[in-house]
Design a binder for this molecule. Structure first.
Ligand SMILES: Cc1ncc(COP(=O)(O)O)c(C=O)c1O
Length: 435
């Protein structure tokens, strides 16, 4: 059953249209601590529209079955829905369906790749995987701006293989230092892993530039698209990255599902990470042969209802139009950055107001712990994220241990941002600071 929408397809987002969109998200209509909820934490996890909840429920009501197995009608229907979801995601991000591997989330997607590369380094996968093997003298490069999901798996891979992990530093504003990148990426670089949109700085990475540096030295690239796929048009084929990772729950979809994108030639050559049922063609007592990609990377019973629901979330975003989503959030991001900058004692992280940024802004309020900021705001119904946002190296580089982050999405309004800024301005005075 095709979902119906309250807004016309591809219309520029306006306050009136956003009010319509909010009707699809009943959760947003509630009060928290006696105030209307203003949900400004979509960078951590987004909310689900009714269309997505209905899609998951309808799957369970009418087609639930294990995929790629039984010959019965439900199994065939479930398999079709599952593979249709893969095609939907592929189309949304400029990929081919065989280049999409389902995972539990983006974190598992990075781990899948790093374990697969580690396996290749140990000879698993035979001669076709050998070019992917890493060892002493090889360098893996990431940036100081990354989420821990794009740091720790590389640390473990480096430890497993003897390769060296290097970091492109950030500037005082928390932005990738592109000049330093030039000197760090060199002949020894085998992999360059970086985020598309920073979950703390809100900056949008110059992907073309970093990919061109990697291409010059023949290094593979991984793009962390967790904070970009939900918020701006994404064409991985055009960006020409080798791998990318995404999480459904950050883009109106359910928790429990994410994806690894890999160019077909890499996924064909690399050995699997998890092994077991569903990913083989033949098993004997001593060995097994694997299915072609992406199935060889999808061992065990699959997350079918989540894939179906994620596809519905993608159709929802597609209906709005990602250019419109990006434009609306850019406006909210600028409103946040400009407003935070005005508040005495607030240090904005990331691009200055007026410079390109996504719809989120993190900051440090001098003299007040971010947890106190978060609690203060929560008393007035404002939901923001506090802490290190899984980016300790970035915070350390900025000389702070934690920050407060407000992150917006398609259902947030300029009035909510105003409310947030008004309450934020009261925090330092409440804690006894006069300026
Ligand atoms: C930039 C970035 N990368 C990776 C992740 C990890 O996503 P997940 O926890 O869904 O695996 C997040 C989540 O906060 C993120 O913001």
């Amino acid at each position: 059953m095709a979902a119906t929408y309250r807004t016309p397809a591809g219309a520029s987002l306006t306050e009136a249209l956003v009010q319509e969109i909010r009707q699809d998200f009943p959760l947003l209509a509630q009060e928290v601590n006696g105030h209307p909820l203003a949900y400004l934490d979509s960078g951590a996890t987004s909310q689900n529209p009714l269309q997505v909840l209905d899609a998951e429920r309808n799957f369970y009501l009418g087609a639930n079955s294990a995929v790629h197995r039984g010959a019965h009608t439900l199994a065939v229907e479930a398999t079709e829905a599952f593979e249709e979801a893969r095609r939907t995601l592929a189309g949304f991000i400029g990929a081919r369906e065989e280049e999409i591997v389902w995972t539990s989330n983006a974190t598992e997607a990075v781990n899948l790749l790093t374990y697969s590369l580690g396996n290749a380094s140990q000879g698993l996968g035979g001669p076709q995987a050998a070019p992917y093997a890493l060892g002493p003298g090889d360098e893996i490069v990431t940036t100081e701006q990354e989420h821990h999901a794009n740091i720790i798996p590389w640390q473990v891979l480096a430890a497993r293989t003897g390769a060296t992990l290097r970091y492109i530093p950030v500037t005082d504003q928390g932005l990738i230092d592109y000049e330093a990148a030039q000197n760090i990426i060199g002949e020894s670089t085998r992999i360059l892993a970086f985020t598309h949109v920073s979950n703390v700085a809100g900056s949008i990475t110059d992907v073309d530039y970093l990919v061109s540096l990697a291409r010059k030295v023949g290094a593979l690239t991984l793009l962390d698209a967790c904070q970009s796929a939900p918020h701006l048009p994404l064409d991985l084929a055009q960006l020409d990255v080798d791998f990318a990772v995404l999480s459904a729950h950050k883009m109106l979809g359910p928790t429990g599902i994410g994806a690894l994108y890999g160019k077909a030639q890499h996924l064909d050559a690399l050995p699997p990470f998890l092994t077991g049922g569903s990913m083989i063609t033949k098993v004997t007592m001593t060995e097994a042969q694997w299915m072609p990609a992406p199935t060889k990377f999808e061992a065990g019973t699959q997350r079918v209802s989540q894939a179906v629901a994620w596809a519905e979330a993608i159709r929802y975003l597609d209906h709005l139009g990602m250019e419109n989503v990006q434009a609306w959030e850019a406006q909210l991001g600028q409103q946040l950055a400009a407003g935070i900058q005005e508040i005495p004692g607030a240090r904005l992280i990331g691009p200055a107001p007026g410079q390109e940024r996504a719809g989120l802004a993190a900051f440090h309020l001098e003299g007040v712990h971010p947890h106190d900021v978060g609690q203060f705001l929560d008393q007035t119904g404002l939901a923001v994220r506090v802490g290190h946002h899984c980016a300790q190296p970035l915070h350390r580089a900025l000389g702070i241990t934690a920050s407060t982050r407000a992150s917006s999405y398609i259902y947030n309004t300029p009035a909510e941002i105003d409310r947030f800024l008004q309450e934020l301005a009261k925090v330092r005075p409440y804690f006894g600071y006069s300026s």
